[in-house]
Ligand binder design. Structure first.
Ligand SMILES: [Zn+2]
Ligand SMILES: [Zn+2]
Length: 386
């Protein structure tokens, strides 16, 4: 009998709600060694196997999750002509996103939900629209923070200028989520040293260019992670023109469907990777707790250990040949290497006890300036509930 079956059932039952997997000590004690178990690392996240070519499994979704979950492309943080600083035709904007393969499209006009009531705001092909806005903290202020308000009804009150905490409470009461946008953009940065409680995500990759200062946003996200916050790193295109790519950067999310609630659930739980665009490289993280496969614990999961255990992780790269890959734990980079095949996969493990709080995430970079081409959200171990 497969020793992972209780675990698989547990995590599937658990996914839609809280993001913690409790592995009981009793379950651990019954685990036997499997024939295909990788060598155990002696330290945290020891890399012990790199697979290339035909040796890499061809699936992006583990067999146990196939048919239930799939990867969807999510165009986040899009502006139409309902924004004061855009003249983009909504129908044209959405048609462009759909043509590039977006499965879900979040409309985030500045301080208005009018676009959500436009007849053009409808499913195009397979692409599902998600209603929201881009909230501003202070009306007319040049230093106002901005946030994506994701998946709310168009009847939401106008919250422009509201204190951050009040806005977050209102959005959550309406069933939506909040993603802090471009926290280091010149003139539009986030005013708090750390994001206040309840914020669901932070835009670590804004598509508008250098003045977004994405490298600072990424470092700031890492500081939150180091302090024990579980907060989803997100891509936001911030497009204001229909001629621009609504999938640059491109969020690829593991969800039950591209319907708004399922995309939002994936965002809340951190089942999100970001690539430079819809055809760019991708990095996937999958964990397992006994090394016997199927590696079906996705990024975003918090693995809460009740006793010491070997945590195994697959780091899978597609379309990334020639890229540099780095692995990061809660407070630092621990490994780097080169991706020399497509697909490419690395396997690592860590012997971890219940007292060690850590995570693992991956970045892909390329070019003379080491530009970011893809990143994963973390797999967490022993993080507190939030
Ligand atoms: Zn903004
Ligand atoms: Zn914007």
């Amino acid at each position: 009998m497969p020793i992972t079956s209780p675990l698989v059932r547990g995590i599937r039952a658990w996914w839609p709600r809280a993001a913690t997997l409790l592995l009981a000590a009793a379950a651990l004690a019954t685990m036997s060694s499997a024939t295909n178990e990788p060598a155990k690392g002696t330290g945290p996240w020891e890399v012990h196997e790199v697979l290339t070519g035909a040796a890499v499994p061809t699936n992006d979704v583990p067999p146990s999750l196939r048919g239930t979950y799939d990867w969807y492309l999510f165009a986040n943080h899009c502006h139409s002509g309902y924004s004061r600083d855009s003249s983009a035709d909504l129908a044209e904007l959405m048609a462009g996103a759909a043509a590039r393969g977006a499965d879900a499209f979040s409309l985030n006009d500045h301080g208005t939900y009018e676009g959500c009531d436009d007849p053009a705001f409808q499913q195009i092909g397979d692409m599902i629209p998600i209603c929201g806005e881009e909230w501003s903290g202070v009306q007319g202020g040049s230093d106002a923070p901005h946030a994506v308000v994701l998946n709310v009804p168009s009847t939401m009150p106008h919250m422009t200028g509201w204190p951050i905490a009040d806005m977050v409470e209102e959005v959550h009461a309406a069933g939506g989520s909040v993603i802090a946008n471009h926290p280091f953009m010149i003139g539009l940065g986030w005013p708090e040293d750390r994001l206040s409680p309840g914020i669901d995500g932070v835009e670590v990759w804004n598509g508008t260019g250098a003045f977004a200062r994405n490298s600072q946003a990424l470092a700031w996200w890492q500081e939150h992670l180091a302090e024990g916050r579980r907060i989803t790193g997100m891509g936001g295109t911030d497009i204001h023109e229909a001629s621009r790519n609504a999938l640059a950067p491109c969020n690829y999310v593991l969800a039950r469907s591209p319907n708004p609630d399922d995309i939002q659930d994936a965002v809340n739980e951190g089942r999100v990777g970001i690539s430079k665009n819809e055809t760019g490289p991708r990095v996937y993280l999958w964990a397992d707790l006994d090394g016997a496969l199927p590696y079906d614990i996705p990024m975003g999961t918090n693995i809460e250990l009740a006793s010491a255990a070997d945590v195994y992780v697959r780091v899978r790269v597609t379309g990334g040949e020639g890229e540099a890959i780095s692995l990061h734990i809660h407070d630092r980079q621990i490994w780097s290497g080169n991706v020399n095949a497509d697909p490419w996969e690395l396997r690592a493990s860590a012997r971890l006890g219940p007292q060690r709080r850590t995570l693992l995430r991956a970045e892909l970079r390329s070019g003379p300036r080491n530009g970011l081409d893809a990143l994963s959200n973390p797999i967490y171990v022993n993080y507190p509930d939030d």
